[in-house]
Ligand binder design. Structure first.
Ligand SMILES: Cc1cc2nc3c(=O)[nH]c(=O)nc-3n(C[C@H](O)[C@H](O)[C@H](O)COP(=O)(O)O)c2cc1C
Length: 274
């Protein structure tokens, strides 16, 4: 295997991005970061090219991705890249956060970092774009990903993007996000429409949802990926009045089963875990 891409996703954008890059590179394994969540210790892939693909949360990294990056020893890698997907901004600060974590661990950071604009999925605050607007965004993202995959194939070394405004946004919003994120599921409720199918419990990348008497119960290890809200087949999960009636989103190339495989599927390959 020439390349490994570690990914985290809530609604499929980042997994679709990881798969597109993997397809363009060939000889590449795409591995869910969530599959390492119940393991401990250093992750030291003995692979030349390593990528991390994930969404931007509050101009920073999802908590699970930050924790995973702290466990990564990329001494054996000769090219390390990251692609962050976002709904409109904040990518440069997330990439810089990841770079800083990797530097701290082994004195070696990202060789290249890329941001890709995709439909925003933070349903607690806004509705995801739909219809033609969504399709235009995804078509532009595909074109970006093709170009990015070309640069990764060439192992192009790039200065990370930088934006003072984004740094300020991160400083103002990310610390609060990190200190509250796991308990933010206290806002989540389920309506009478719930069919007890258990999809939410199977797809939660944090393994945070338990079915009790046929209803989901959130156990305060939430990553706030919003997967349970977006992917419930009967839209029975809400987070306050704001999410009622808001259109749900899933990357159109992916099935709910793809998100379920993030945690419930194959365990982390032994060869990538030390
Ligand atoms: C908790 C949360 C926070 C988010 N914060 C940002 C942000 O700061 N900037 C942004 O552009 N998009 C933000 N988004 C949108 C996602 O980054 C974007 O939709 C991403 O592509 C979702 O990827 P996924 O489908 O792989 O989960 C946020 C989404 C969530 C759920």
């Amino acid at each position: 295997m020439r390349t490994v891409i570690y990914y985290f996703t809530g609604t499929g954008n980042s997994l679709a991005a990881a798969r597109k890059i993997a397809g363009a590179l060939g000889d590449c394994k795409v591995v869910p970061i969530a599959s390492f969540a119940d393991t401990a210790g250093t992750v030291a892939p003995q692979i030349g090219r390593v990528g991390i693909v994930c969404p931007v949360y509050f101009a920073g990294l999802p908590a699970m991705v930050a924790s995973f990056a702290e466990r990564l020893d990329l001494t054996a890698a000769n090219y390390v890249f990251s692609v962050v997907t976002h709904g409109g901004g904040g990518g440069s600060a997330a990439l810089r956060q990841l770079d800083g974590i990797l530097w701290k661990k082994v004195g070696k950071g990202l060789d290249a970092g890329f941001t890709v604009h995709m439909p925003g999925n933070y349903i607690l605050m806004y509705e995801s774009p739909a219809g033609e607007k969504r399709d235009r965004l995804l078509a532009a993202a595909d074109a970006d990903l093709e170009r990015i995959a070309g640069q990764i194939r060439q192992e192009t070394r790039l200065k990370l993007p930088n934006s003072p405004v984004t740094r300020i946004v991160k400083a103002l919003t990310y610390p609060r996000f990190r200190s509250h994120v796991h308990g933010d599921d206290r806002k989540f409720t389920v309506t009478e429409g719930c069919t007890s199918c258990g999809t939410c419990a199977r797809l939660c990348p944090a393994g945070n949802i338990e079915m009790v008497d046929g209803r989901p119960v959130w156990n305060h290890r939430c990553e706030l990926c919003c997967g349970c809200i977006h992917l419930c087949p009967v839209e029975a999960i809400q987070a306050g009045k704001g999410t009622e009636g808001r259109q749900r989103y899933r990357h159109p190339d992916l099935a709910v089963a793809d998100m379920e495989a993030q945690r419930g599927g194959e365990p982390a390959p032994e060869a990538l875990l030390w």
